[in-house]
Design a protein around this ligand. Structure first.
Ligand SMILES: *[C@@H]1O[C@H](CO)[C@@H](O)[C@H](O)[C@H]1NC(C)=O
Ligand SMILES: *[C@@H]1O[C@H](CO)[C@@H](O)[C@H](O)[C@H]1NC(C)=O
Ligand SMILES: *[C@@H]1O[C@H](CO)[C@@H](O)[C@H](O)[C@H]1NC(C)=O
Ligand SMILES: *[C@@H]1O[C@H](CO)[C@@H](O)[C@H](O)[C@H]1NC(C)=O
Ligand SMILES: *[C@@H]1O[C@H](CO)[C@@H](O)[C@H](O)[C@H]1NC(C)=O
Ligand SMILES: *[C@@H]1O[C@H](CO)[C@@H](O)[C@H](O)[C@H]1NC(C)=O
Ligand SMILES: *[C@@H]1O[C@H](CO)[C@@H](O)[C@H](O)[C@H]1NC(C)=O
Ligand SMILES: *[C@@H]1O[C@H](CO)[C@@H](O)[C@H](O)[C@H]1NC(C)=O
Ligand SMILES: *[C@@H]1O[C@H](CO)[C@@H](O)[C@H](O)[C@H]1NC(C)=O
Ligand SMILES: *[C@@H]1O[C@H](CO)[C@@H](O)[C@H](O)[C@H]1NC(C)=O
Ligand SMILES: *[C@@H]1O[C@H](CO)[C@@H](O)[C@H](O)[C@H]1NC(C)=O
Length: 869
């Protein structure tokens, strides 16, 4: 066995040498471990089986994953795995004196015989320990990722062979390691220049002989840039906004399309792609204001290491020296005084980068890396402003040739969320056969993802915080993510909010609010969500309002509070819930809305206390109202607004059954004309999440269209978007409905209470458009205007039908007022009584169906709470 492997290794080596001879500069190895077949990933890159490169291995097994997490970018290389039970080595033929990118891919999903939670191992690459006592499973959990990618840059060595050795360690009497994918790609030496060591004016760090780990790589002021757009190096660049400190977001800008970014020379093209340089974040147009704050990014890193901080600049607007001059601070120390991009480059649209090195000590509160920009007042520039286009942070190996930090600890909140998930799945899903457990685990996982997106920790009591899921990105993240990164915004007085809100929005005093809710009396509570409680109240004597009160430990931070005020106060539309005002006093963050007498759409579809059912015509009218609201958001306002959390609990109904879209806490403006999408941390509610958004973290208005498609099916079928108590293939409504549409048996899933009363022609249009909405790819989904047209059509034909034969409501077999029986999906009995206008439902005894639904509600309570946040 060993001999054969060695032979094939020599063969590969020869091949590679021939290859290296003819093409000395660049080659790449992409190995999909444990697979016997070639494969292609979603970026079109070709991956090869790994066995030819495995030179030393007593015991290795290849294994296939059984469950493909929806967040995986593609099945290659994640769905196949190689498991090692003893020390094993991969050897690659390489050109000497060349730097290499090394990327390791891990997908810790449960395998039939191996539980990845038991895998602890080290990886040594080119003599440097890149991972030590590493648990992919713990890391994935703490970062709320299904998969992990670790990227390293290996220093040039004189050897013609590069070894990557994997050493399993013992844990619970088991010792094994696993890896899903290995990338080894030649790279230019990007680390040739010594970087000044911040805080020591006379010292610098030469990274040339060091191995580095990529910790963060951000396209500042821009969007996610995928592997394909990076001239063969396959680097990915992420949106910087999750790392911004406090409320100071600055403003983002983009090159004039008529201008071209001009690299000073060909080598510079390797620094970063054009897309990085053509977008930037600056402080804003107000010179006075800019002098009062720092534009700051904060990163969590491992202590006891030196970091290389690379700042990418490209001036997009100014053309003269001393127009925009600024200071750069790293970890509160001056790294650069009077930085002037034009002085560095000579002209605008020319890229340049600056490197700084900083040592991060192991002192409480210092395992962070702060990068801050401030106008250089002393230089008396023309504008008091600063600019940044890109930011990379690399960790350097220490003197023991080690790059590995400790495993991260999942946050307390995550642990609690997981316990809840476990409790939930125990009562409802564990009993089921087959893959149900895997599915439940996967749901729990995604639930945790969403949960963490909202988590928030307060640093000082009484101060607001801003949600910052700094460890979201699959590539990066430090070891201590339980130190939830949320930061205070000190300047959030009511006056700022008032000015944000413009003239529309009224400021209420806390005493007014207290009076209106009888001091937040529990009897006034009409809903509870992540934000806190929603109260019914009265202001100005008689005006009924809904009052959303952030509880002090709420997970929805100031940022979302602010977004909602900003968005809503600028938007007025018949089908959007109107914000009347707000109250920000002492600890309280309160929003005051129009009161919506009939609550959420969900309550009228399948709530267990449901007394009467909506007719098909009523349902269509509500859908049309909501569609009009969304259509207005997408096209009617100055900027496209993406709601991001369309669901039946965010569609409210007033006393005249007029539907209004609510809850803008997650909304994003974007994309503008030059961009097709906004890249962002994935937020939203599971069951409604656009799979494309989930995969790519790129948001377009078509993500709302997807969610609205789920709403349409919910309305048609009278069941929740997710129901874990159903058989596996039916759990997700979107998937199940799509399946039924394909099989042309939609009839079977229609809510029995309306089935007989639907005009067939209208139904066809309705199903057609709903199915298109939930297409996998955004491009295939119709715009809201098309959706609206189809719904109007369905309503018209329905009205002519209702006009002809009178309102027929109820079960298929219902003949007038006679009670009829229907069976719930679990076989419990439901009696339906119809009285012409509507039908009543009576459920016999405490059916299992409802019990199970309850337990699922516990699991998903974060996401399917009535009357939402
Ligand atoms: C390979 O297996 C043999 C026998 O189990 C063991 O003695 C040897 O140490 C192993 N080699 C490595 C590198 O683990
Ligand atoms: C790489 O590993 C092979 C086999 O395990 C070993 O023979 C060789 O000496 C190693 N080379 C280097 C440069 O470490
Ligand atoms: C490990 O094995 C030893 C003896 O073989 C046993 O006493 C011990 O309980 C085992 N530990 C675990 C965690 O299984
Ligand atoms: C990025 O990639 C997309 C798809 O491959 C391509 O259409 C686009 O032109 C690329 N952009 C740049 C700047 O290379
Ligand atoms: C873009 O370029 C055009 C022509 O050079 C100029 O008129 C315009 O002001 C520029 N826009 C910005 C934002 O710089
Ligand atoms: C950092 O180094 C100090 C001194 O060597 C040591 O006590 C401490 O445990 C190290 N911290 C970490 C996180 O490794
Ligand atoms: C920088 O200063 C801020 C307060 O001004 C402090 O909260 C933070 O911990 C400091 N960061 C470092 C790395 O010292
Ligand atoms: C900006 O950051 C530097 C370094 O931490 C600090 O000294 C300075 O006070 C900050 N300026 C403002 C206005 O916060
Ligand atoms: C990293 O390791 C190399 C040896 O491989 C050493 O020369 C270099 O100084 C180390 N880097 C740091 C920052 O200690
Ligand atoms: C290895 O990692 C596990 C999980 O984080 C931890 O419990 C254990 O203490 C670590 N062991 C060593 C030797 O660092
Ligand atoms: C991290 O989590 C652990 C266990 O949950 C907890 O004991 C510790 O205090 C947390 N650390 C921080 C900085 O929050």
């Amino acid at each position: 066995m060993m001999n054969i492997t060695n032979c094939s290794f020599v063969f590969v080596l020869l091949n590679a040498l021939i290859l290296a001879y003819s093409k000395p500069e660049s080659y790449s190895f992409l190995l999909t471990c444990g697979s016997s077949l070639d494969g292609e990933d979603s970026d079109g890159r070709q991956w090869k089986p790994d066995d030819k490169f495995l030179t030393l291995s007593n015991n290795s097994i290849s294994i296939k994953s059984q469950f493909q997490d929806p967040s995986l970018p593609s099945s290659v290389p994640y769905m196949s795995t190689r498991i090692f039970t003893s020390e094993s080595t991969y050897s690659f033929p390489v050109s000497p004196s060349t730097r290499h990118w090394l990327r390791l891919h891990f997908y810790p999903s449960p395998y039939p015989e191996f539980d990845p939670t038991n895998a602890l191992f080290s990886v040594v690459a080119g003599g440097v320990t890149v991972l030590n006592n590493f648990s992919a499973s713990i890391t994935a959990k703490a970062l709320t990722q299904a998969y992990i990618v670790r990227e390293f840059s290996l220093s040039p060595s004189p050897d013609k062979i590069l070894n990557i050795t994997i050493v399993p360690s013992w844990n619970n009497n088991i010792s094994f390691a696993f890896v899903n994918g290995i990338e080894l790609i030649t790279m230019p030496d990007l680390f040739k220049e010594p970087a000044p060591l911040v805080g020591f004016s006379d010292q610098s760090i030469d990274a040339q002989s060091s191995a580095l780990q990529t910790m963060f790589r951000l396209n500042v002021g821009g969007q996610y840039i995928g592997a394909t757009n990076d001239s063969g190096w396959s680097r990915t660049w992420y949106d910087d906004s999750p790392y911004l400190f406090g409320a100071a977001f600055g403003v983002t800008s983009e090159t004039n399309k008529s201008d071209e970014i001009q690299y000073p020379n060909d080598k510079a093209k390797n620094f970063a792609p054009i897309d990085v340089y053509s977008t930037a974040r600056s402080m804003g147009p107000d010179s006075k204001l800019n002098q009062n704050f720092n534009l700051t990014w904060v990163f969590e890193v491992d202590a006891n290491f030196t970091y290389l901080v690379r700042l990418h600049f490209c001036e997009l607007y100014q053309t003269r020296i001393n127009q925009r001059v600024f200071n750069i601070f790293i970890n509160n120390q001056t790294a650069q005084e009077a930085g002037d991009v034009i002085a560095w480059t000579g002209s605008k649209n020319v890229p340049v980068y600056k490197d700084f090195a900083v040592y991060v000590y192991d002192k409480p509160g210092e395992e962070e890396l702060w990068v801050a920009l401030h106008p250089s007042v002393d230089s008396k520039p023309e504008v008091y402003d600063a600019i940044l286009n890109g930011l990379e942070i690399f960790k350097l190996n220490d003197s023991k040739r080690n790059l590995a930090g400790p495993n991260p600890m999942p946050s307390q909140m995550l642990i609690e969320a997981e316990l809840k998930t476990k409790a939930g799945s125990k009562s409802s899903t564990l009993k089921r056969e087959g893959n149900a457990l895997g599915i439940a685990a996967a749901f729990g996982f995604v639930a945790a993802v969403c949960f963490v997106a909202y988590r928030r920790k307060k640093r000082e009591p009484g101060e607001g915080g801003r949600t910052l899921s700094a460890n979201w990105l699959p590539l990066y993240g430090s070891s201590h993510s339980n130190k939830t990164a949320s930061y205070n915004s000190k300047s959030y007085g009511s006056s700022t909010l008032s000015s944000l809100a413009g003239g529309f929005c009224r400021h209420f005093s806390l005493s007014e609010i207290k009076r209106g809710t009888k001091n937040f009396n529990e009897s006034h509570v009409i809903g509870i969500g992540g934000f806190g409680k929603v109260y019914k109240g009265v202001v100005d004597g008689t005006t009924k309002v809904a009052i959303k009160r952030s509880n002090p430990s709420s997970e929805q931070g100031v940022a979302e509070f602010r977004t909602e005020i900003e968005m809503l106060s600028k938007l007025r539309h018949r089908h959007l819930v109107s914000l009347i005002g707000f109250c920000k006093e002492s600890d309280e963050m309160i929003l005051v809305y129009d009161y919506m007498a009939r609550g959420t759409l969900r309550e009228h579809l399948y709530d267990k206390n449901l007394k009467s059912f909506l007719s098909w015509k009523q349902r269509l009218e509500i859908c049309i109202g909501a569609a009009k609201g969304l259509h207005y958001l997408h096209t009617g306002a100055k900027y496209t607004i993406i709601h991001r959390d369309v669901k039946t609990t965010n569609i409210l109904v007033d006393e005249n059954w007029v539907a209004k879209v609510s809850d803008f806490g997650l909304s994003k403006t974007g994309p503008d004309l030059n961009q097709n999408h906004v890249s962002t941390v994935v937020k939203g509610s599971f069951g409604y999440l656009d799979p494309e958004y989930f995969r790519r973290q790129q948001l377009t208005e078509k993500s709302d269209v997807y969610s609205f498609g789920v709403v349409l099916f919910e309305v048609l079928c009278g069941r929740p978007a997710l129901n874990p108590s159903l058989p596996k293939e039916q759990v997700s409504l979107a998937d199940w409905a799509r399946h039924c549409c394909k099989k042309a048996n939609v009839e079977d899933i229609i809510d029995p209470h309306i089935k007989g009363s639907i005009n067939q022609e209208g139904l066809k249009k309705f199903v057609e458009v709903a199915e298109k909405c939930v297409s996998d790819h955004g491009l295939e989904r119709p715009p809201m205007s098309d959706v609206l047209w189809n719904l109007e059509f369905a309503l018209q034909v329905q009205e002519s039908l209702d006009g002809e034969v009178g309102l027929v409501v109820g079960h298929e077999n219902s003949d007038g007022n006679k009670p009829s029986n229907a069976r719930s999906k679990n076989g419990s009995r439901m009696d339906i009584e119809c009285d012409g206008e509507s039908c009543k439902l009576r459920i016999n005894s405490s059916s299992q169906d409802l019990e199970e639904k309850d337990s699922s509600d516990v699991v998903f309570s974060q996401f399917i709470n009535p009357q939402g946040r």
